[in-house]
Every structure is written in C-alpha cells, then in structure tokens.
Ligand binder design. Sequence first.
Ligand code: GLN
Ligand code: ZN
Length: 758
Amino acid sequence: MVLTHNLGFPRIGPRRELKFAQEAFWQGKLTEEELNVRGADLRRKHWQHQHGLDLVPVGDFSFYDQVLDMSVTLGHLPERAQSTPGTELDRYFRVARGRSASDTDCCSIHAGAMTKWFDTNYHYIVPELEASTQFTLNPERLLTQIEEARSQGFTPKPVIIGPVTYLWLGKAKDCSDRLDLLDRLLEVYAELLEVLASHGIEWVQVDEPALVTELNSDWRHAFNLAYHRLKSASAKLLVTTYFGELRENLKLACELPVAGVHLDAINAPDEVARIADWLPAHKILSLGVINGRNIWKADLSQTLDWLEPLYEKLGDRLWLAPSCSLLHVPVDVSTEDKLEPEIKHWLSFGVQKLAELRLLAQALNNGRASVSGPLAENAQAIRSRRESARVHNPAVTQSVIRIDSQMGYRQSPYSERIKAQQQRLKLPRYPTTTIGSFPQTPEIRRARQQHHKGELTESAYIARIREEIAHCVKTQEQLGLDVLVHGEAERNDMVEYFGEQLEGYAFSQFGWVQSYGSRCVKPPILFGDISRPQAMTVDWIRHAQSLTDKPLKGMLTGPVTILNWSFVRDDQPRKETCLQLAMAIREEVLDLEEAGTKIIQIDEAALREGLPLRKSDWASYLNWAIEAFRVAANGVRDETQIHTHMCYSEFNDIIEPIARMDADVITIETSRSAMELLDAFKGFEYPNDIGPGVYDIHSPNVPDKLQIAELMHKAAERIPASRLWVNPDCGLKTRKWEEVIPALKGMVEAARELRSEA
Ligand code: GLN
Ligand code: ZN
C-alpha cells in the first residue's frame, strides 16, 4: 500500500480567521485564552480537511511563523525578549512584531529581522545566533498539538525544521561561524526526538530545504555530522526537501542515516528515477507529486503513468505527498462562486490538492479502475484547459514571436538622450519627485468598495477619484516638487489593478496566502495569453497632467513584477508569460507617450523576488526578466524619460543586470541603510540617473530636514550631482497626509539648500 501524508496545511483559515484572531489579540480585544481556543479550532478544521491521509502534519500551525516557533522549541528567543514581563506567547509576539514602550509596558523591543522563505513570498523571522547561543528544549507546543490530533483520531507526524537548515536560516550577529553551534544544537534535537518517541511518535518530518541550495563543503559536512548524531533516535526521521532539485546534494541526501527522504518531484522530476535507484532498500521514498506552489489541477492520469512503474519497483517504500507545505496556496476553491465556472474547474487549492493526492493513492493501491469516474473528470478538466479559447490567443503568441532585439533598445544611448530630455523637462539640479502613490485614505477605499458593490455609479466613482487626483496634484505643487504624480488613488493594488484590465487574468475572492504574520496576499490568477483590450491608465494621467504645468509621471507596473506577484500558468515557461505581459505594458507605454506624457515610470518592485535559489541559475532568469522590461520600456522616443523603481536594499549582486535595463532614472530604497547601499553602485559605475530614497516611508516618523539633508550629502558624495534625484524610498499609500506633507516639505527644502551650496 502506498502511504499518503501532507507536509503542512495553510494556517490562515478559509476566511483569514487566523489573521482576525491575531489582530484582535494584539488590539487587546481577545484574551490569550480566547486566542488559543481559536487556534485549536483552526487546527481541528485543518486536520478534518486532511482526513483519510495516513499521517497528518502537526506543528505546522503557527501563531506567527514556523521558524520562530522552532526557535521557541529550541529555547532560543533573542536575549532581549527573555526577561520581559508577560507570558510566553507575549514574548513570542514581541520578537515577531517588536513593541515600543508604553505607559503600561516598560520594555521597548525591536522585532526580529524578517526575510524571504527560500524563493516564496512567505517571510520568516530570522534566528539570531552568536557564539554564546545556548539551546534548551521546550517541546510543549508540539506535545499539546500531538495530543489534540490524536484525540481527534489522526495519526500525527510532527514537523520540525532540521538542525542544519535551522542554522542556515539564522544569522550570526557577531560574525561567528553558525556551524560552531551545531553540536550544541544537536543535543537538543536528540532530546526532542526522544521526547517525541516517548509520546508514541513513529515518524518525524525533518525539513531540510537547505539541501536544494548551493552548499559549500562545511555545510554538506554538517548534514553528515547532524544525521549521524541523530541516528540513534527512537523516532524515524523523514528528511524533507522541497522547492528544487538536489543536484550535487542528491547523493548526500540518499546516504544520510535516516529512515526516509522526501523529494519535490514537481521541481525535480529528473531526479526521481535516480533517487529511486540510489536510495538504500530499507529507506522510504516520499515523493511530492502534487504542486504545493500553484493553483492548477494536477494531470492525474499523466502522473499515474510515471508513478505506476515506480510503485511496482518500490512497493510499500513509496509515499505520496504534495511537493511542499500547502502554506503557499489558498485553502479551498469550492466556495469561489464568482469565478467563471470554466476557469474554476481548472483550479485546485489546498483542500482539492489533498483530494488529488488521495485519488492517486487509491489508483495505485486498488487500480485505476477503482477511481475511473474521478479520473475521467480530472482528464476532462485538463483537456478543457488545454484546448480552451480563453487560454489561447494566437495573435498574442505571434506578437511574442515577433519580438526582435531592436525592440528592447532606445534610439540613442543614455548620454545623448538625456540631453534631449533635459531640454524638454528643464528640471533643476537634484530634481525632487515621489514614487507614485499618495495616502490611500479610508474615504478612497470606501468609495472603491461602494463602486464595487454597485452602490456608487461609474461616473460618480470617476468624479470622486478625479477630485482626489486634483487634490494630490495641487498639494504637490504647493510643496514645490519638480516632477509630479497622480497619486494612484484609483488603484487597489499595483498588480491587481493591471490584472483586472488585462485579458488572461481571473480573480478569486478568498484566495489568500500568508505573506508574514497576519499579512496575506491574494495573487491574481494569470490563466491565459495576455492582451490589453484598451488603454489602462491614460485617462487618469491625461487628467492629472491637465491640472499642472509641471511634468507629471505616468505610472505603470512592470512585467516582471506582475509575473512574480501572480499565480501563473504552468503550461508554458515563465519567460513566455513575462514577454506577453511586456508587450501589453509596451502598448500602454506608447499610448502614454502618444498622449503627451514626458516621463513614464515602470515599477519593478519584485524583480529580485524571482531570483532562483541557486546563484548558478540567476543569469538565465535575469536575462529574460531584463529583456521583458526592456521590451516594455524602451520603445519610446529619446526625449521621453523612463523611470523605474525597486524597493529593497540589496543590489550589489544584481546591479549590472539592472543597469542593462537602461532606464533613464532608477529610484531605490536607501534611507534605512544610510546610503551605504550606494557603495554597491561604486564598484560598478551605475551609468544613468539615480534617486536614492531619503525618506523612510515604512515608519510613521516624520524625518526632519536636517536628517534628509545629511542623507543627501552622503548620496552626493557617491553620485555625481548631475545624475542625482531626490525622492522617498517607496510609495506613500500606507502613510497619512499629516505625515507625508511635513516630510516632503523637508525633502524639498533640503534639495533647495543643496542646490544653493554648490
Ligand atoms: N508606484 C508604486 C507606489 O508608489 C510603487 C510601489 C512599490 O514599489 N511597492 O505605490
Ligand atoms: Zn517601492
């Protein structure tokens, strides 16, 4: 019999119940006891969704983050949180979110750093390590949940982050070698495994996704050390890898002295045969056969075609699971009643993915005939998607084929075209601008909701937004900014707004995925060939420009960011989809230019997010991603100025490809790093204009003029004055007008002073 299990279930709940419970607790509207009841309730529902699986994950649920949970299990919260008053949960949230001192609380604590979980859009709290770090076992959370699952009739399989990946995810605060902590850490892991075994646990899922990354010999050796140390554990270990191929680590993984290995067969299909051959005969091979990263139905017959011979070979040694935790997909598609039925029929969220898994197991265990009905239904859905005219638009495919190298190039090099632009724009030195959005007030959101529900007519809504734009333009004029924006009041979100106007996109109502803590995103679903039926932003921009004599920037989201923040098709390469998006944005760029827009900004906020896990794969991604941007942006005349914006502070490793985008101006986040980031721009001379952010928009603090001036001086030391712009780090939509106005006022004054100095 093939055994089925799951690596993790989405924890936010089908209606974001977890988010609302967390936030109520943080606001003091829910007691700790009540929060715990809600947590237990969600866990119960999640296990019910996993009924029929042989093993269910336990410990995958979290009140904030699974890495922070592991830190708690290892008795390893940052020292600053250890002596604060309050309960353990209170300390946990202090580290998760940070907390400032108040009348009722003496202790101000900064949050743990947060960073991207491998190549997903989930973010975890980074373990803070130093040479003196000690660990002590704290198994309560796991033990409680094991009991819960068992009392509800499930066979629990605790999920923990493996010791090597735990250190790999952490950051040494004192420059010590993280691996020096391995021995100490393994003591606690050994103890944990004994405790779990003594509670009747047979299998433990030990997540070691670091195995799909490039590891040096020390880290590879650490895997050997770790699992030889844990070899005598009474519980059986399933070393679990996901998100990619094992490549040079495949042999290492096969040889670890553990009871089983999980391989992501979706992302590493070519390694399945090899691992099945290499894995010693006493070990279990768990295969991730259902994609835990996208929302498409699996082609079950095709999966069975290659699974059946494998099952014949491995017999009971074969286990089936999703490729990774289902944390990265929404919960349940069945309640999506606003989706086109045809499209809905192609989709599979967490609950549906588990049903697919059960079907595969039944087909293997009892023969395909035993599930012929559901298999036929699946085949019909797959066929309908493959053949649908909604998906395939030959004109779009043709337009991508016709992209030639010419299309990504401006007419003249930057050094020449910048002169034409300067002549036309007549901007002072150190021109001031913003990144695009201005405060999204509750009134604007309400108007959009009313419009959505049909309570506000189209024309009333347009009038309302136009008023907002007028207010925004007028305010910027009064502040004395040099390049204005319309403020993006009409946009709910920088990707969804464009998705809604493009053919080839669909939108779920409840397709939320956790990004971090209580923050969820609802990625739009890119299901078909992308085309732009009509201009998307031109009317708003034209209106805004008509209100001022200052140049007004057109504002677009770039193809790479739209791609990286959507659920995308799995029936063609990402590159192909990205180029389709690029063609649609290119049309918009040219329409804006035609309408007289002198400056067009194309945001690529998520360019970095698409980077593959292995550095050796970066170049191929960057090649097509940069090409897509170039196709979108560079069709304009010399005198039209192209801006781009990126909002993160790591550039040193991708600066050269970014320069290849050849935007006339790039605006970036730098204020928090005190311009140190610009040093990255030094080693490689960034050739075009740069606007390093001088106002940290993530904080409600209003920076004063002196602070801003100091940052600008630092920037001016690093970048020639003729190529320096002055702007905030990012858009202002999350800020309040009362914060934005004094901050921008200081920024404009600081720029004026800088001008008068030289
Ligand atoms: N133009 C967008 C804004 O200002 C950019 C947002 C972003 O970079 N995340 O909101
Ligand atoms: Zn930004």
